[in-house]
Structure formats: structure tokens, C-alpha cells
Design a protein around this ligand. Sequence first.
Ligand SMILES: [Mg+2]
Ligand SMILES: [Zn+2]
Length: 332
Amino acid sequence: MSSFLPPTPPGASPVTPPTRPVIGYRLPSPLPRALVVCDFDYSLIDADSDEWAITLGGTRPDAEVAMTRMAQRHRDGENWVYLVSEEIAGLFESKALADITALRELLAMIPMHRGTVALLHDLHARNVDVIVVSDANAFFIESILESYGVRHCVRDIITNQSRIVRSVSGHDLLKIAPLQAKPSAPSNGSKKLVAANCPRQRCNWNLCKSAQLAAYLSSRIQYDRVFYVGDGYNDLCPLALGLVDCAFVRADRRLHRELVAVESVENLVAELAVGMPVRQGRFNRMENADAVEGECGQESWYMTQSRVPCAAVLWATGDELQARVVRELERV
Ligand SMILES: [Mg+2]
Ligand SMILES: [Zn+2]
């Protein structure tokens, strides 16, 4: 009991400390807060940054051999992050890359659509928080965003670690290391090591985007809406967990194919561990589909069949992404 309360006189009942009145409504915030979560490769940029660096933007004579060798080692169980780190080190060693500046200049030539660049500027001007969650690495992402003049539009970057170190021969090297710790043993009964914190026990052990996004959301102010831009298999996890209200899914890539997979009609949520809380996205995808068709009579942007508990909007180019994200932002 608090020492600030007066002592209870003999025979009287104890003093009950005052409690805060319960307010049955939320105070309105001046503006609805939105968070836009972006995958990087083939979402913000129109390439895979690992592949771009390793193949020297497609100019490396033995590019195909190198990529095939890495893919084989990855299938054999080696983590992709270490393979990229090793391959980049080899490019410095063979002088195919003269120094870190040469790597930065190579990354600066990665294609990024002008619509995507405009979208990032627009979101920044609207005071919308943007974060990147990616299986690339901090050096690649920072370098590319800086080269397009949009680094300041991105609040946080959650990705594998990178640092520049001096080699014994006196050259700068880029070391890339996994974001998450390696688990000691497979936990899903198979041979494959998966992320210890992955609710679906599917993600590569170095990064589960849903675990990272859940931690990010719980550490920050409440967002009214969470948007997600993605194209790949590892973008499925945060959508399945219900952390997202509206997903902007790049057409005809892996995430799109996963969302319409007919061989597994049950909702992805069923894959989650028993007892895992699932939040239903605030947008009802069918309502939205009707609204768009009714409003403008154009083809629907919304996927009407999806295995995740959120709205899903398709896009193909940076211009389309820009128009559709802005439209959703202005909807409410
Ligand atoms: Mg991607
Ligand atoms: Zn996962």
C-alpha cells in the first residue's frame, strides 16, 4: 500500500486510493497516422540488389556461373547472406571492384522507377512514415536510396548488417552479416533451419519480416493504418499474421502467385502456431473491390481471391504503385 496515504484511524475502514476515470472513447488524433512498410528488391527498386552487385550489373563475364553456384550452395543449406558477403569479397580480391566507391557507383546504377521516387517524396511531404524491411543489407539499401535522393524519406531500415573493414592486403571490404541469430537446430521437424521467431516456421533463419514488423509496431506510436509493398515469398509472413491493412502486391511475381495459389484454399492463418493472435486488417477487401468498381468503372485493382486477412492491391510499375498508394491514403 502506498506510503502517501494517511494512516487509517482505529475502527475506520481503510482509505481507497482514487482511480482514474474510465473514458469510453479514444481522443481523436489530428491526422490518421499511416505507416508504409516496403520490401526493397523488386518493390522499391526494379532489380535484385544482391544479383546486381554480384553480376556487376549484368556485365560480369561469368555472371551466370557465379549465380548458379550460389543458388546450389543455398539449396544445400548455406545462408544467402554469407554467400553474398563471400562473393562481394571475391570481387574486391580479383579487382573486378576497385574499392568501396566503385561498389557504390555500381549500386547507384540500379533501376528505380521515377514513380517510386515520386511516391517516396510525396509520402515524406504528407508526413507518412516509411520503413524498409528487406533481406538485402544496410550498405546496398542506404547507397541506392542516397543515389536517388530519397534516403531522408525513409524513417528506418530493418535489414541484414553491413560494415566496411580493412583487409590484410590493405583494401576495404564489405562484410555482410545476418540480422537475426542462427538457431542451434531446426525447429520445424525438417532439415531446413528457419527463423526461431517465425510464427509460420517458414522464413530463412536470418530474417522473419513478420517478427521484425511486430516488434517495430509494438515499440512505436500507434498507427491507424499499415500499408505493405512487396513482391516476394518472405513478404507473405507479415500479411498472414494480420499486421497489415492493405498490401500492394507486385503483379506476376512470387507473392502474387502465393496469394492466389489454388492448391491450398485454406487461409494461410491456419499455418500459424496454435494460439497465435491474428489481427484482421481494417479494410474489407470485398467492400473495397465493390467500391472501386462502383466509383470509376475501371478494372478492379483489388485481388478478390487472397489467402491473407487484408486487402490486396495489384501493381506492376512505379507509376501504378504511386497512384494506388496515394488513392488508399486519401480514401479514409
Ligand atoms: Mg522483393
Ligand atoms: Zn516468418
